[in-house]
Design a protein around this ligand. Structure first.
Ligand SMILES: NC(=O)c1ccc[n+]([C@@H]2O[C@H](COP(=O)([O-])OP(=O)(O)OC[C@H]3O[C@@H](n4cnc5c(N)ncnc54)[C@H](OP(=O)(O)O)[C@@H]3O)[C@@H](O)[C@H]2O)c1
Length: 322
């Protein structure tokens, strides 16, 4: 790593700056005192202003890669893999927001899966970080410490009910996401347990039977996941909280709550709020976990900035809204 870069602002660039994750990333980077955004690309909004004062979007072909130390890829799936293949060697560090280099993608070799609370040392050394997906962030960060502590009964399925606001589907127009189609409604989608985020969750949580049911929530942003977790005999909510607090206690981005967190508590932040509750009336111990995060915050831009911070030798939460 270039150790001189800590003394001055690090130049960074954003590919796909006009999408929902790119715009959110630019808003977070605007408040970061350690970096300087040199370019943000958009072919459809070239010359339009970005959230960074004085910076306009440039077409992809005009992005000056030689000027930056870190590039964020906030582009559609498939495009990041193509870009890394063609340009990866030209920049020092890359943070990829897409599924292209995540575990289970088949292209994970050479990339580090960027969970700042779990793999900080690996991220610090990485040249290419696969930023985790929004749904997987809540599921993996809630379950992984419990699996490692031996609390989960892996012989029974884990039911994950997940609801996301409509920005989760990106900014390009789609009829089923029109205001009149979603307002006043609430529906599951992707039924059949084959959502595109499942390979990533399964790779991070091997041996667990995840039954993942996503829902479309008629709000702009935010994810709420309720998880029915089979646990070993004698494991209760208090034990889970102790494990979470041991793992995440000193970490600003993950908060362990005593109440069920609501979306309003995490939207427009880079926080993940976790809670756990005991249940009565069931054979076999099953706890209810709740995970709340902003799909564009801890689920995308906030986590990407944490990863960038670690790659640059900064404190992980620097510039984030935790
Ligand atoms: N939305 C979320 O909640 C969320 C959360 C986590 C991760 N992600 C992932 O992050 C990525 C971006 O998602 P998004 O929701 O921000 O998408 P989006 O709103 O559709 O934005 C896509 C961006 O990519 C640009 N773009 C399109 N084709 C491109 C190409 N061939 N080369 C370079 N730039 C191109 C677009 O601008 P121009 O067409 O104007 O160039 C736009 O700025 C996706 O892979 C998504 O799965 C999304």
């Amino acid at each position: 790593m270039n150790t001189n870069i800590k003394s001055s602002k690090v130049p960074v660039g954003v590919l796909g700056g006009s999408g929902y994750t790119g715009l959110e990333l630019l808003r977070v980077l605007r408040g970061h005192d350690g970096v300087d955004v040199r370019f943000a690309t958009s072919d459809s909004e070239a010359l339009h202003p970005t959230p960074i004062p004085g910076l306009a979007f440039v077409p992809v072909a005009e992005a000056r890669l030689e000027d930056v130390e870190v590039v964020f890829l906030c582009v559609p799936h498939g495009e990041a893999a193509v870009w890394v293949e063609r340009n990866g060697a030209r920049v020092g560090r890359v943070v990829d927001m897409t599924t292209d280099h995540r575990p289970g993608s088949g292209r994970e070799a050479g990339a580090v899966y960027g969970l700042p609370e779990v793999t900080p040392r690996e991220v610090a050394e990485a040249r290419l970080v696969a930023n985790p997906g929004c749904y997987p962030t809540g599921v993996i960060l809630s379950l992984l410490p419990l699996v490692r502590a031996g609390l989960v009964d892996a012989s029974r399925p884990i039911m994950v009910n997940a609801a996301s606001g409509v920005t989760g589907a990106g900014r390009s127009p789609k009829r089923e996401l029109l205001f009149a189609e979603v307002v006043g409604d609430f529906r599951p989608y992707g039924l059949g347990n084959d959502h595109r985020h499942l390979p990533e969750m399964r790779a991070a949580l091997p041996g667990l039977q995840l039954l993942f049911v996503p829902h479309l929530l008629p709000v702009a942003r935010g994810i709420l996941e309720t998880i029915a977790l089979p646990v070993a005999t004698g494991v209760d909510a208090a034990r889970v909280k102790t494990v979470w607090r041991d793992v995440y206690g000193g970490c600003g981005a993950v908060r362990v709550e005593d109440h069920a967190p609501a979306l309003a508590e995490v939207v427009e932040t880079d926080l993940l709020a976790l809670a756990v509750f005991d249940n009565v009336g069931l054979e076999g111990s099953t706890l209810t976990l709740v995970a709340a995060l902003d799909n564009l915050g801890k689920g995308a831009a906030g986590q990407a900035v944490q990863n960038m911070n670690l790659m640059l030798g900064f404190e992980s939460g620097r510039g984030t809204r935790c």
